[in-house]
Design a protein around this ligand. Structure first.
Ligand code: ZN
Length: 491
């Protein structure tokens, strides 16, 4: 089957029998995916006249692009040079065009973009399982905040984040957005692990282990913005904790900081019913209306949780281009409620997926999170059609990338994007047979099925072996910290 290469007309067949196959007006349709996806395509390369030297090729697998058409290619390959995807297409074509320093043969595998965890507190791996089965405010005020006040320091922030990075890489996450204390340590841990991240120091009115006053917290955030501004992997986000922990003057001050430094803002918002009631009493109006009045509703804003959103809140967020991060496992575990995510998506809000921290989930596995998201909305509405597998996989990849302002550089496998890629082996009993890759991702797999992870063009895990960091060291350090945490809670 033929198709006009330059789309001069949908029925352009006038030249298909002339010029011995070099006519620029047509290509074999089976080659079209390679042609469309490779901006550097040259006829001479197609004929094998030249082989371009590149760093890495992953060959022989099904490839889910997560592009706008949700393309799935069979027996395909991804070509990577430096930190960038240079071609995606059928294996035979790619190997004829490129000669790579390293080739990963991924037969019986699925290649796809790495997951984007849009909201977590990575260092809270140190508090995994410390207090479960409690209501949000009880859990926060009587367990988490006291445990943090007694134990969080630079060492905990670094090693907790480092263990978080290990867990995230081993379950296929390549980018995470973090909110915690001593975020310079989290940025450092992510950098050492080779992970992409967007990190923000949590800001509130009361002292934190890192700052005595909100002014010091803002100064620390400025330092982060300056220190990491040119880093290829680390970006900074301004993160006031929530409307119930931040005064209006603090919110206004950090908004100005975000504008001055051209940075996004992230905050917890309307996570449970008690918070909604408390904020309505405090402001004399809804929380989203309050945010609108203080100039927060714009494309810079990403809100986490958003469980108690009214139709009017959804409309305001959609009208102003604000983004939402859905954290279904945390919302279920803390019995917070069910965010109206189908309505948000329908209204045009960009929605990503996040695990939240390890004290409220209690893991960082984005594949599990997709499953939870799909099932939560089905059972809460008694409607299995309301949140399909493909939608949640997109939330965990390209939509999440858009939420973090990185939609142009990551989240899908397209030429010119950063090479953040995972490979999942499919030759396993629990993944046999395969009718739909999206179905297996959401309803069958777990993070442990991810074999190989590439971030920014660098292979950080191959066949489940971490190449950049020592997971034994990470676990050992966090176990030592946990001994101190336990002791502190007995006093
Ligand atoms: Zn959170």
């Amino acid at each position: 089957m033929y198709r006009c290469r330059v789309n001069c007309s949908s029925t352009c067949l006038k030249t298909r029998t002339t010029n011995n196959g070099v006519n620029p007006h047509y290509v074999f349709l089976e080659d079209l995916a390679t042609y469309m996806l490779n901006k550097n395509f040259k006829i001479s390369q197609k004929r094998g006249y030249t082989l371009q030297e590149i760093d890495l090729i992953i060959t022989g697998a099904k490839v889910l692009l997560l592009d706008t058409e949700n393309t799935c290619l069979e027996n395909a390959a991804v070509a990577i040079n430096s930190d960038e995807i240079v071609a995606v297409g059928h294996t035979e074509k790619i190997t004829k065009q490129y000669n790579a320093k390293k080739t990963i043969t991924a037969n019986d595998s699925l290649i796809m973009p790495g997951f984007v965890n849009c909201h977590t507190h990575a260092a809270m791996t140190c508090f995994r399982g410390i207090a479960d089965d409690l209501e949000l405010m009880d859990w926060l005020n009587n367990y988490i905040f006291p445990a943090e006040a007694k134990n969080v320091n630079k060492e905990l922030a670094y090693w907790g984040s480092f263990l978080g990075a290990v867990e995230m890489i081993k379950s296929g996450t390549t980018t995470f957005c973090d909110m915690y204390i001593f975020e310079d340590e989290t940025a450092g841990a992510a950098k050492t692990a080779g992970m992409r991240c967007l990190v923000g120091e949590v800001l509130f009115d009361f002292p934190s282990p890192n700052f005595k006053t909100p002014t010091e917290g803002v100064a620390y955030t400025k330092m982060l913005a300056e220190k990491w501004k040119d880093d290829p992997l680390v970006d900074i986000i301004i993160e006031p904790h929530a409307l119930y922990t931040c005064s209006e003057p603090l919110l206004i001050e950090v908004k100005k900081l975000a504008e001055d430094y051209h940075l996004p803002i992230g905050l917890h918002l309307l996570e449970n019913a008690a918070e909604k009631k408390q904020l309505e009493e405090k402001f004399g109006k809804g929380a989203v209306s309050f945010l609108k009045d203080i100039g927060y509703l714009n494309e810079r804003l990403t809100a986490f949780h958003c469980v108690y959103f009214s139709d009017e809140d959804i409309r305001m967020f959609a009208d102003h281009g604000c983004k939402v991060v859905h954290n279904p496992a945390s919302n279920m575990k803390l019995a917070s409620g069910v965010a109206p995510v189908p309505e948000m998506i329908k209204a045009g809000i960009t929605v990503g997926l996040g695990t939240d921290g390890c004290a409220s989930n209690n893991n960082l596995d984005m594949i599990k999170e997709t499953s939870t998201a799909a099932k939560l909305h089905k059972v809460s509405r008694l409607d299995p059609t309301v949140m399909d597998a493909q939608t949640v996989v997109r939330m965990a990849t390209i939509e999440g990338a858009k939420v973090l302002g990185m939609g142009e550089s990551i989240g899908s496998l397209e030429v010119g994007k950063k090479a953040d890629i995972i490979v999942i082996g499919l030759n396993k009993p629990h993944l046999t047979p395969i009718y739909s890759e999206y179905s297996h991702l959401v309803y069958t797999m777990s993070g442990a099925d991810v074999d190989t992870v590439i971030i920014n063009g660098k292979v950080v895990m191959e066949n489940r072996q971490l190449l950049t960091i020592d997971e034994e060291e990470a676990m050992h350090k966090v176990r030592e910290i946990a001994v101190r945490v336990k002791k502190s809670l007995q006093k």
